[in-house]
Design a protein around this ligand. Structure first.
Ligand SMILES: NC(=O)c1ccc[n+]([C@@H]2O[C@H](COP(=O)([O-])OP(=O)(O)OC[C@H]3O[C@@H](n4cnc5c(N)ncnc54)[C@H](O)[C@@H]3O)[C@@H](O)[C@H]2O)c1
Length: 241
């Protein structure tokens, strides 16, 4: 299938995990060019992928990068806000550094990229923004005050952008995905005694795979979802935390 044919896409956090799977899926689906933005570079090489070292919290780096893409290609069709981190602790033990680190990447990073990219999409009259929230942003989770705040914030921004970016008649859609627990390196820090009850609480009886999130992102990024706007798609195997 060529569901991304002709499209220029930006994926943050594309070096590994869910982001990398999104990049590879877009590449297989015939995207014209995919920019994978990350702190480091992933161990993969694809002809229609450019890996760019960039910190999403750095507004100057983000603005410079987006300006360069605009000058070279004149278009950005898809933005996937995927980069995210965790710094877990019960609130009594959560330091200001832990709070700020997560707010900076998961919330300000999404703000930075979207603020830079959305005007280009609006000018071109079309675009799709997909931001990765979490089931934790919908239902909360012990030890994740900072993370839950950011992931709920992503949902609030998504609903806002669904209205804001379409005001002048542009078909710039904004949607979010709220994954459940997915097998990536982010989960490697979570002990099995925490993960096993989650498997048991999940009607499908297992954690998700990065490809299962990438498939949902592909749908929201592509024209197949042309009438889906301001939606939060839970991809959780049925889990309610
Ligand atoms: N894995 C899960 O179970 C799960 C569940 C729900 C939501 N999510 C969300 O999905 C997204 C991807 O998660 P993952 O499991 O693939 O995580 P991961 O830790 O495997 O990968 C995250 C990537 O983001 C990059 N990144 C971090 N900070 C960055 C920054 N400041 N600038 C640029 N890149 C940065 C990292 O270098 C890394 O390559 C995150 O937003 C995460 O919160 C994950």
């Amino acid at each position: 299938m060529n569901r991304m044919e002709g499209k220029v896409a930006i994926v943050t956090g594309g070096a590994r995990g869910i982001g990398r799977q999104i990049v590879e899926t877009f590449a297989q689906e015939g995207a014209r060019l995919i920019y994978s933005l990350d702190m480091g570079t992933g161990e993969y090489e694809l002809p229609n992928v450019r890996q760019v070292q960039l910190n999403v919290t750095n507004r100057d780096q983000v603005a410079k990068f987006v300006e360069e893409v605009k000058n070279e290609l004149g278009t950005i069709d898809v933005l996937v806000n995927n980069a995210g981190i965790t710094r877990d602790a019960l609130i009594q033990k959560m330091t200001e550094d832990m709070w700020e680190a997560v707010i900076n990447v998961n919330l300000k990073g999404v703000f930075n990229l979207t603020q830079a990219v959305a005007p280009i999409m609006m000018e071109n009259g079309k675009g799709s923004i997909v931001s990765i929230s979490s089931v934790v942003g919908v239902y909360g989770n012990v030890g994740q005050t900072n993370y839950a705040a950011t992931k709920a914030g992503v949902i609030g921004m998504t609903y806002t952008w669904a209205k804001e970016f379409t005001r002048k008649g542009a078909a710039v859609r904004s949607n979010a995905i709220a994954p459940g627990y997915v097998e990536t390196e982010m989960m490697a820090t979570v002990p099995d005694k925490v993960l096993q009850p989650i498997r048991e609480k999940t009607p499908l009886g297992r954690l998700g795979k990065p490809q299962e999130i990438a498939n949902a992102v592909l749908f929201l990024a592509s024209d197949e979802s042309s009438y889906v706007n301001g939606h939060v798609l839970e991809v959780t195997g049925g889990l309610r935390l």
